[in-house]
Ligand binder design. Structure first.
Ligand code: S3P
Length: 417
C-alpha cells in the first residue's frame, strides 16, 4: 500500500456516526451460508477487503454469491472437491476455511498475502491434524495444502484463547464423527457458535466449553450488526477530545464489549440506548462529556477481550494523565503487523511518550503530541489508531493509509473528515 492521508487536528467530533457492518460476523456469514443447504440472504454485509476475500474463496469453492450493495444472496450447498483459495489479508477467513475444508472430501490449497503468509497457522492445523486432516504447510504457515475428510471429534483445550482457533475446530467438527469440544480459558467472541445454532447445527455450550456434533447447516437470513471494534475509533476520539457523540447500531455482544467496560472503569460516560436484543444485540452508543479519564491497566484475562482495540486504547492513553500499561499481550505481535512494535512506532512518530516491553506497551500520557509522519505498516488498526491520535492531537501524515479498507473502507470520510 503506498497511499497517504493527511489527518487534521481541526476536525469536529460529529454528533452522530454510522457504524460499518461487522467484519467478523460478515466473514462467518459468507463462509457458513456458502456451505448451507439452500439460499441465504445476508443484509448489511460488510464490503471490506477481508469479507471480499471470503466471498472470493466461497465462489471458488462453488457457492453462488450475488451482491447488491450490502445485501448478499448466497446459494450454498455442496462444495467443489478441489480449489485454490487466496484469503488475502484475512486470518479469520484462512483459519475458518482450514477448519471447514478439513472435514470435507477433497484437496485444497489455501494461501494469502505476504502479511498473512507470515502468521502462524499451526494453532489451527495441529488440532485439525489430531482430528485426522492431512495438512502440508510451510513450517506452520501459508500456503498450505490440505486433504480433508474422515475426521473424528476431539476434546481440545486451547493453549491461547482465540476465536479463530475455536471456530476452526468447531467447523471441522461439523463433519467429524462423534463430539468435538473446544475449551478456552477466557470466552472469546462467540459469533461462530451463535451462527451455527441459528443454522440448525447441534451445538452445546457449557461455560467456556463449546461442543458440536456432525450437522448439516440450513440456509438462513442474517442481518449483520455494526462492528463493535470499528466503533472504538470514534468513541476514543470523542473521549480524547472530551466531546459527546452517538455511534449508531453497534453490536454489543458481551464477548466484544470488553473495551467499553474498560473505558467505563476509567471514567468514560458511555451508555447504550435503543438496544435491540437477541444473540447478537445492538445499540446506539452514546458518549457523553467525560472529563479527565484515569490511566488504564490491561493484563491477564482482560487481553483476549480487548485484543483488537489495544492500539486505539493506547492512542487514547496519550491524552490521559498518568501511566497506562498493557502486559501479557504477546498475541499482538502476530496480528496483521507486530502490533506492539507498530503501535509504539506510530504513536512515537507523533511525539508520544510510549515504549514497548516484551509483551506489552507503556504509555506515559497527558503530554502534547506533535504533527508527524506515520507508517501504518500495512495494518488497518494502526492506520486508524494513529488517525485518532492525530485528530485529537496535532495532525499527521499517514503513509499506507489505504489499508483501512481491510476492515473499514470509509473510515477517513466517516471519522476524520
Ligand atoms: C477474530 C478473532 C481475533 C481477532 C481478529 C478477528 C475473529 O483473532 O483479533 O481480528 O473474527 O474470530 P484471534 O482468534 O487470533 O484472537
Amino acid at each position: 500500500m503506498t497511499s497517504a492521508r493527511t489527518v487534521s487536528s481541526i476536525i469536529d467530533v460529529k454528533r452522530n456516526y454510522a457504524c460499518p457492518p461487522d467484519k467478523s460476523i460478515s466473514v462467518r456469514a459468507v463462509i457458513l451460508c456458502g456451505c448451507a443447504d439452500g439460499i441465504s440472504v445476508v443484509e448489511n454485509l460488510s464490503l471490506c477487503d477481508d469479507v471480499m476475500s471470503a466471498v472470493d474463496c466461497m465462489r471458488r469453492l462453488g457457492a453462488k454469491i450475488e451482491l447488491d450493495g450490502n445485501t448478499a444472496v448466497i446459494h450454498g450447498g455442496k462444495l467443489k472437491k478441489c480449489a485454490k483459495l487466496d484469503c488475502g489479508n484475512s486470518a479469520t477467513a484462512a483459519r475458518l476455511l482450514i477448519g471447514l475444508l478439513s472435514g470435507m472430501d477433497g484437496q485444497f490449497v489455501i494461501d494469502g498475502d505476504d502479511s498473512l503468509r507470515s502468521r502462524p497457522m499451526a494453532r489451527v492445523t495441529l488440532p485439525l491434524e489430531k482430528m485426522g486432516a492431512r495438512i502440508v504447510s510451510q513450517n506452520g504457515r501459508l500456503p498450505i495444502t490440505l486433504t480433508g475428510g474422515n475426521l473424528r471429534g476431539i476434546d481440545y483445550c486451547l493453549p491461547v484463547s482465540s476465536a479463530q482457533v475455536k471456530s476452526a475446530v468447531l467447523l471441522g467438527g461439523l463433519n467429524a464423527d462423534g463430539k468435538t469440544s473446544v475449551t478456552e480459558n477466557v470466552k472469546t467472541r462467540d459469533h461462530t457458535e451463535n451462527m451455527l445454532i441459528h443454522m440448525g447445527a447441534e451445538v452445546n455450550i457449557n461455560g467456556n466449553t463449546v461442543s458440536v456434533y456432525k450437522s448439516g447447516l440450513k440456509a438462513v437470513d442474517i442481518t449483520v450488526s455494526g462492528d463493535t471494534s470499528a466503533a472504538a475509533y470514534p468513541i476514543c476520539l470523542a473521549l480524547a477530545k472530551n466531546k459527546r457523540c452517538v455511534i449508531k447500531n453497534v453490536g454489543i455482544n458481551d464477548t466484544r464489549i470488553g473495551y467499553i467496560r474498560l473505558l467505563k472503569d476509567i471514567g468514560a460516560n458511555i451508555n447504550f440506548i435503543n438496544t435491540v436484543g437477541g444473540k447478537e444485540p445492538y445499540s446506539d452508543i452514546q458518549v457523553g462529556e467525560s472529563g479527565k479519564l484515569r490511566p488504564f491497566v490491561i493484563d491477564g484475562d482482560t487481553v483476549p477481550r480487548v485484543i483488537d482495540e489495544i492500539p486505539v486504547l493506547c492512542a487514547l492513553g496519550c491524552f490521559i494523565d498518568g501511566v497506562s500499561v498493557v502486559s501479557g499481550a504477546s498475541e499482538l505481535r502476530i496480528k496483521e503487523s507486530d502490533r506492539i512494535t507498530s503501535t509504539v512506532r506510530a504513536l512515537k512518530s507523533l511525539g508520544a511518550d510510549i515504549d514497548e516491553t516484551h509483551d506489552g506497551i507503556i504509555v506515559r500520557g497527558g503530554k502534547p503530541l506533535a504533527f508527524g509522519n506515520v507508517d501504518a505498516m500495512g495494518d488497518h488498526r494502526i492506520a486508524m489508531s494513529a488517525a485518532v491520535a492525530a485528530a485529537a492531537g496535532s495532525g499527521a501524515y499517514i503513509m499506507g493509509a489505504d489499508c483501512v479498507s481491510v476492515s473499514y473502507p470509509t473510515f477517513f470520510e466517516e471519522v476524520t473528515a
